[in-house]
Design a protein around this ligand. Structure first.
Ligand code: FES
Length: 142
């Protein structure tokens, strides 16, 4: 719990081959990382449908992380490029619904970068903590 009493919840869609492995490495190496992140293991960031991101925000997540293989390293050739395009478009429309686009973040974290993963989640949790509770929780979708 922070000084302002707000403890954000982050949903992280992570690629099995890179970021999930990095998260596992960070855990086994006992790197200090925020407990606010709920990992969802995907085979590739290219499988992250924008609906999953929106559903997470509507269901109470204060932030969403999508993280996978570095450009050029995707095990399905171009899944991460697809994810990058989708996230860019999604971020452009979130503001129209009153949702701060900074709540959605896309990163590349390779399998050997456990330290990078821990730093990414810790930094994101602090960013979301500063933004405050998510605007989308409880919004009615017709
Ligand atoms: S397999 Fe990792 S992003 Fe595609």
């Amino acid at each position: 719990m922070s000084e302002n009493g707000f403890d954000p919840t982050i949903v992280a869609f992570v690629c099995n081959w890179c970021t999930y492995t990095a998260a596992d490495l960070a855990g086994t190496a006992r790197m200090v990382q925020s407990p606010n992140v709920r990992l969802v293991r995907m085979m590739c960031t290219g499988m992250v449908d924008p609906k999953y991101i929106i559903k997470s925000l509507l269901s109470g997540a204060d932030g969403v992380l999508i993280s996978g293989c570095h450009p050029g390293d995707c095990h399905y050739i171009n899944g991460n490029y697809k994810a990058r395009r989708r996230v860019k478009l999604l971020k452009e429309i979130l503001g129209r619904f009153g949702i701060d686009e900074r709540r959605v973040k896309l990163t590349w974290v390779g399998a050997s970068e456990g330290n990078e993963f821990a730093e990414t989640v810790n930094h994101l949790v602090e960013e979301i903590r500063e933004l405050g509770p998510g605007e989308a929780a409880g919004m009615q979708v017709v």
